[in-house]
Design a protein around this ligand. Structure first.
Ligand code: NAI
Length: 271
């Protein structure tokens, strides 16, 4: 008779790389953020899922706790500065520390040509994808300054390095995140801290954000375009992106700051 294997999240693959740490993952309830949350919990971190999706965030935290990990949920709209202050103060009150902040929450930028983009749409993309990452860096660095060390990882995109048609607002916001990261890294170091700030640049990754685009009228064209653009001839999985985020979050990258890591199956290496 086959016996059911005894599994728990920790026993399966934890190396304890984030043992005793407290991490906030924005947009941690879905897609890439969910994969980061799950991996960090397996690595021993207490993960604070910070998202506008209350049910999904609370549900994921519950699932992790049931599997032996440590997780909690805070409602956070990353575009709201006072909400950032409440969440970070709440985390410090509960845990006495903040070691890791992943600024992952983001939205797609629509499919309009740049010169046809309504200004309101442009501003919305900037608010969520760029302004909110500034707010995260600002309040994250302040909280980490108490201990003088920590790791902030900003999720940009390959579209923060290069562009493609009909992605003007998104590309601009993600390019901003790339240099905001370097500015935050340099300023944190200049005040004598070891707070590290780095950016991740995922390629095409199957998540709810792109599922919407794939379901749209030009979904089949988009799929074909992506398939043709990736040397590995595959979409990334959220888990593959999360592994790169873990590198920046953990001590494996302890002398790395202001750096960027591209995880794209070769897209940006190719013409
Ligand atoms: P997703 O849509 O699956 O997840 C995004 C999460 O962010 C959701 O849980 C959503 O509720 C949350 N969120 C959105 N606005 C928020 C706000 N104002 N405050 C708090 N939470 C908010 O998207 P996905 O694909 O997982 O994207 C995660 C990050 O990765 C984004 O920054 C995205 O731009 C970036 N990225 C995604 C790629 C992809 O192909 N999926 C490629 C490159 C970068």
């Amino acid at each position: 008779m086959n016996e059911e294997p005894q599994t728990s999240l920790r026993a399966d693959y934890s190396n304890g790389q984030l043992e005793n740490s407290v991490a906030i993952v924005t947009g941690g309830a879905s897609g890439i953020g969910q994969a980061i949350t799950e991996l960090f919990a397996r690595e021993g971190s207490h993960v604070v899922i910070a998202d506008i999706q209350d049910d999904a965030g609370n549900g994921l935290a519950k699932k992790i706790r049931a599997s032996g990990g440590k997780a909690s949920f805070f409602h956070l709209d990353t575009t709201d500065e006072s909400n950032w202050e409440e969440v970070i103060n709440g985390v410090i009150r509960e845990h006495g520390r903040l070691d890791i902040l992943i600024n992952n929450a983001g939205i797609g930028g629509g499919t309009t040509l740049l010169h046809e983009t309504p200004f309101a749409d442009w501003r919305k993309v900037m608010a969520v994808n760029l302004d909110a990452v500034f707010l995260g860096c600002k309040h994250g660095i302040k909280a980490m300054s108490q201990k003088g060390r920590g790791s902030i990882v900003n999720v940009s995109s390959i579209l923060g390095l290069v562009s493609m048609p009909r992605t003007g607002a998104y590309t601009t916001s993600k390019g901003g995140v790339r240099l905001l990261t370097k500015a935050a890294a340099v300023d944190s170091a200049s005040i004598g801290t070891r707070i590290r700030v780095n950016s991740i640049h995922p390629g095409f990754t199957k998540t709810p954000q792109v599922e919407g685009r794939l379901a749209s009228d030009d979904g089949a064209n988009f799929h074909a375009l992506v398939d043709g653009a990736v040397p590995f001839r595959a979409w990334a999985t959220p888990a593959e992106i999360a592994k790169g985020v873990l590198y920046f979050a953990s001590d494996a990258s302890e002398f790395v700051t202001g750096a960027e890591l591209v995880i794209d199956g070769g897209v940006t290496a190719s013409v």
